[in-house]
Design a protein. Structure first.
Length: 104
């Protein structure tokens, strides 16, 4: 796989992903929120690939979050790295299905 690494706006990518799933989340009765810290951009990344990953994570989170729940997307900078988190209030993974030492 060839990566197209270029400086891009992760803030815009998070915002676009939230916008693209907003209607589905509303229909499901799920609160979908996202934010990127002001110091996140620019990020050297393959924006198309990271966008696809982010969409898959949000889609899975929505699929496993019941009405009244929340899906939260956040991008934060840690030193010279950026971390993107997708958290939901869904049921999680059954602990017996996780590798040893992993939490749901």
């Amino acid at each position: 796989m060839r990566l197209e690494m270029q400086p891009n706006s992760l803030s815009d990518l998070v915002s676009d992903t939230i916008e693209s799933f907003a209607e589905l989340a509303a229909r499901q009765g799920v609160r979908l929120v996202g934010r990127a810290e002001p110091d996140v951009d620019p990020v050297s990344m393959d924006a198309q690939l990271i966008g696809r990953v982010l969409s898959n994570l949000v889609s899975n989170a929505l699929r496993h979050t019941s009405s009244g729940g929340t899906v939260h997307v956040q991008a934060v900078r840690h030193d010279d790295r950026v971390r993107v988190e997708v958290q939901d209030s869904g049921e999680g993974i059954d602990p017996q299905d996780l590798p040893p030492g992993k939490l749901a």
